[in-house]
Write a protein that binds this ligand. Sequence first.
Ligand SMILES: Nc1ncnc2c1ncn2[C@@H]1O[C@H](COP(=O)(O)OP(=O)(O)OP(=O)(O)O)[C@@H](O)[C@H]1O
Length: 789
Amino acid sequence: MLYDPFLFCNQILNLMEGKKHSRCRIQTFEGVADGAMAEMAMIELPADQNAGVDIQEGMHKHNSDEKSELPCEKTTSETESSSTGFLVNTECTAADSFDEIESVCPVVSGNYIDLPFLHHKPEAPFSSDDVPDGSTPPISGDKSTSQSQLKDEESEPCTWENLRFEPALRICLKFEDVTYKVPVKGEKNSDANKYILHGITGLVHPGEVLALMGPSGGGKTTLLNLLSGRMKFHSGTITYNNQPYSKSLKWRIGFVLQDDVSFPHLTVKETLTYAALLRLPYTLTMEQKKERATNVITELGLERCQNTVIGGTFFRGVSGGERKRVCIANEILLNPSLLLLDEPTSGLDSTTALQIVQMLRNIARSGKTVVTTIHQPSSRLFSKFDKLILLGKGNSLYFGKASDAMLHFSSIGCTPLIAMNPAEFLIDLANGNIKDKSVPSDLEGRFSPRNKSLDLKHGEPCHVDVYEYLVEAHAVTEAKSEKTKLINPLPIDSETMMKKRPNTMEWGATWWDQFSILFRRGLKERRHEYFSCMSVTQVFSAAIMMGLLWWRSDASSPKGLQDQANYQLHMLMFAGLLFFISVFWAFFPMFSAIFTFPQERVMLAKERSVGMYRLSAYLLARMTSDLPLDLILPLVFLVIIYLMAGLKPTFTAFSLTMLTVFLSVVASQGLGLTIGAAFMDVKKASTLASIIIMASMLSGGFFIQKVPVFMSWIRYISFTYHTYRLLLKIHYGCSIDSCGESDSSCRSPFKGLRLDWDGIEVGTMITMIIGYRLLAYAFLRRMKLMTIT
Ligand SMILES: Nc1ncnc2c1ncn2[C@@H]1O[C@H](COP(=O)(O)OP(=O)(O)OP(=O)(O)O)[C@@H](O)[C@H]1O
């Protein structure tokens, strides 16, 4: 079995039970304690310290020097090196007395590791009185916790002075008997509900870190969402300084999501600066906002990576820990009073996770209230939490000081039989797993009929029974007078409570500022897209291919083609080129635009939920920041076609062609945005887009010139149709316009095709451009409502 240093110490202390003269002094020491007994211990140290060798040498040296005095024989069974450090498995046998214990080895990177669950303090030998009697493992009481906290605060000075730009309200968060349920889908009985949370109670003060811990599916995220005011609960109360949630609290609460999102192509500094510019109150100047972003970067130790892009799935950016810190920084910018975090350490190595939690502790110590969910913290990490709620299947199994959790479970008869990380022990219990744990005798005799055959064999109570026992035990504990003490909020200075946000304006910046900030952010975020290899290749290859196919033909006056049939064939060929130009500049922008909102949905919902900007400012900025791409690529395309195919070679014709293509691009882009906003799903949106493109192409007037009357309406909503007509007019203009069906001298293949005044096409296109965007806006507004309520 492998243990971490904490477990190692715990093991020692387990063995000390009942020993009269037990003394243990924990101090920084590069070696394994003499007299300690552990079956195996795992000690992780930075590789550069060659710690594994030190430990072995220390052990052997100590053994050989003092073998006569110490009854423990130790042998190193196995030593492995790894990229993160060394694994040293030690076997230690026979320890009759622990009087001689001088030191144990909670040393990582040469620092003392705080072990608040133990009674022992550095340089403060404890007496046997401090060790609880009976079979309970060593657990600290209030005294040791406060000492530990004191030490912690001394060694971790709060360095958040830079961030105190304005006095922050201190929020005392209290929740009582909070219940949340969801209707069961597919049930005939419409009243059938699934309970996600059952009567959860807790309290957290400013300056404290509350951890919501429990197995997966326990209800941690749901509870966190309820505490943030984002979701409505069904019964119970949640109060912030004894007041229910109100809109004014939105600014006071920072919420870091589990899979928080950032723009991958922006650097850390850009991300935080834009967030500061948009979110901070308008009373601050732009310079002050930028300064705040810089201060947050410094405070969160992000200077080193401030010019590195965030990164995404397909390209590297900052590390996972840095990304989490950027997400936290995003919230810290606003100087929130209550900071809620969903799994801030998931996917991080233990050292980085510890850094993050240490940072949260520092944030809390600066007067903020911090609530975080956590999955499986290491013992060191666990020791950083002030309060703990253990959730299992939606029930609260423990609420109280994190340092008292083990004491609580030992008081109800659940103790680890072997040295164990307290977090692991608690999560095992929440899962009903009692392997290597002692349980009360009455529970041992209580076998559930449903699992009889399974569990009787092993002589262990089943998971369900253990879980139910813990729920009952917690309910009994809560019912006791202790509960009132725990959930009674500390009085908070009434003056502080009354403090309001310095301004009452809802938005951090004016509409115009929001637009210009979002426009600049959009340009930066999508600068790579404008001339991405794929889009450039797509446009170039289409242009070159068309240029080659229509190589050096003369569109307007085919000389030498006196023959009527040849002339018509030639004209049709050019009409084909114009038609394909119309189709290409409908397809290409529409399919690019379809991805916009589905891809930005999470980001948009997140930013809108914290009231970062107006939807109209976002939409307009999004569209205008796309204009460079909309203009430059069609321009390049047309230049190539003009040079190769020889369209009407006049400046006016070129400019008008360019304008027509530009109208087509913006209109089809509008339709793409609308479809994307309507479905918010790329697959569904692309399916509908291909149907629309097909309909628009077939009714465009090239393939079928006489569309049946009942289908003719399609052409009026087809921008391919309008673009094609405009291009025909530009390149065949008067000669075709003057052609009527009755004109027998007309040789045009478009005879009969009425090309009326250009204004109709242009007007229709402009209507489409505006109309589609308004539709997209309406769909986005609906999405916002769906997400937030
Ligand atoms: N809207 C919902 N409809 C149905 N079930 C839901 C809904 N929301 C949550 N649940 C269920 O409630 C339980 C708790 O979910 P929650 O996300 O809060 O768990 P968690 O403790 O955060 O889990 P994890 O640690 O894996 O993130 C899960 O079983 C989940 O499937």
